[in-house]
Each structure stands twice: as structure tokens, then as C-alpha cells.
Design a protein around this ligand. Structure first.
Ligand code: GTP
Ligand code: MG
Length: 180
């Protein structure tokens, strides 16, 4: 049995990583947020899977690339957050974030990834058309979810999916073909 779960949020600046964490904690949308939220720990008895869960924010304005890599190594699951209204933040999922997560992980196992499309309250069309090819390309992506820190849509679901990805992974995280 795993003793706790570390969930790390990464993604392009201003996609709403800090707002998502603060919305989860306070159950309301914070108009003003710091660049980076303090690490929070959710006690076991209030998590769906009854495991203490740590949620860690990342902000390029406060952390170096080395610090980011260290946090990725410590994480059990990484939420790559994008803005559903911004193609450039979606493009960066495959050009930057997934390769970075994979390069920080050890050679034989992959860290599960969840794609989190935030700001669905401002959304025109669904981002799924752009997201599905990325999901097909990278088996380490467990699932994707569209949510809104602003109207609190799918916030608790997102953290539940992240917890579930660690405790009940569906993708083959062990990759024997990579082992020479
Ligand atoms: P960095 O720390 O700079 O990387 O940014 P971040 O990803 O933590 O984003 P942050 O939470 O600071 O939010 C950026 C801006 O988007 C702020 O003005 C938020 O109020 C706004 N924002 C965040 N989530 C939502 C959302 O769900 N809907 C809308 N409409 N705005 C949002
Ligand atoms: Mg932030």
C-alpha cells in the first residue's frame, strides 16, 4: 500500500495552475493568486481513496528548470494544465511538457500524466479535437479533463483522477521495451 500521493501541476504561464489549487482548497474562485501556491496536504480521511495527498504548484517566475526537474522526479502523477482557449498552450503539451516529464523520470518507468484543460467557462468549442491525437501519441497520459477554476467545474474530479492514476494506473507504466 502506498503511503501518500504527490500531485504536481505544470504547464505554460497563466493557464490557471495556482487558481485551480486555490479553488479546490477554498471552494471558491480566488480573484487574486500568488505566482505559486504553498504545498498543500489533504488528509487521508477527506480524499476519495483515503490516502494523504500532497498538491504541488509550479511557477516559472519563481522556480528554476532544475527545481522543476526535481519536483517532477518526486511526483507520483503530473497534471499538465493548458488553457482550452489557447492552441499555443496545447501545442506545448507535446513539444515541451510531456518530453520534460519523461526525461525527468527514470529510464524504466513513466510518471502518469493527466491533461487538464482549464478555463472551460470561456470556452467556444471543445479542445478534444486537439487533445485526442496527443492522448493517442503518449501512452503515459491516463486521462484528460476540461474544468474551470472560475465556476468550480470538475475541480474535485481532476484531483480524484490524479489520485486514481497513481493508485490504479491503467496505462503500462513499466516499459520493458525501453530496457536494454
Ligand atoms: P503562473 O504561475 O504564472 O504560471 O500562472 P498560473 O498557471 O498559476 O495561472 P494563475 O492561476 O495565476 O491564473 C492566471 C489568470 O487566469 C488569472 O487572471 C486567473 O484569474 C485566470 N484564471 C484562472 N483560472 C481561470 C478559469 O477557470 N477561468 C477564467 N475565466 N479565468 C481563470
Ligand atoms: Mg501560478
Amino acid at each position: 500500500m502506498r503511503r501518500d500521493v504527490r500531485i504536481l501541476l505544470v504547464g505554460e504561464p497563466k493557464v490557471g495552475k495556482t487558481s485551480l489549487i486555490m479553488s479546490l482548497v477554498s471552494e471558491e474562485f480566488p480573484e487574486e493568486v500568488p505566482a505559486r501556491a504553498e504545498e498543500i496536504t489533504i488528509p487521508a480521511d477527506v480524499t476519495p481513496e483515503c490516502v494523504p495527498t500532497h498538491i504541488i504548484d509550479y511557477s516559472a517566475s519563481e522556480q528554476t528548470d532544475e527545481e522543476l526537474q526535481e519536483e517532477i522526479k518526486r511526483a507520483n502523477v503530473v497534471c499538465v494544465v493548458y488553457d482550452v482557449n489557447s492552441e499555443s498552450t496545447i501545442e506545448k503539451i507535446k513539444s515541451k511538457w510531456i518530453p520534460l516529464v519523461n526525461s525527468s523520470a527514470n529510464q524504466w518507468s513513466k510518471i502518469p500524466v493527466i491533461l487538464v484543460g482549464n478555463k472551460s467557462d470561456l470556452q467556444g468549442a471543445s479542445s478534444m479535437e486537439s487533445i485526442l491525437p496527443i492522448m493517442n501519441q503518449f501512452t503515459e497520459i491516463e486521462t484528460c479533463v476540461e474544468c474551470s477554476a472560475k465556476n468550480l467545474k470538475n475541480i474535485s474530479e481532476l484531483f480524484f483522477y490524479a489520485q486514481k492514476a497513481v493508485l490504479h494506473p491503467t496505462a503500462p507504466l513499466y516499459c520493458p521495451d525501453k530496457k536494454e
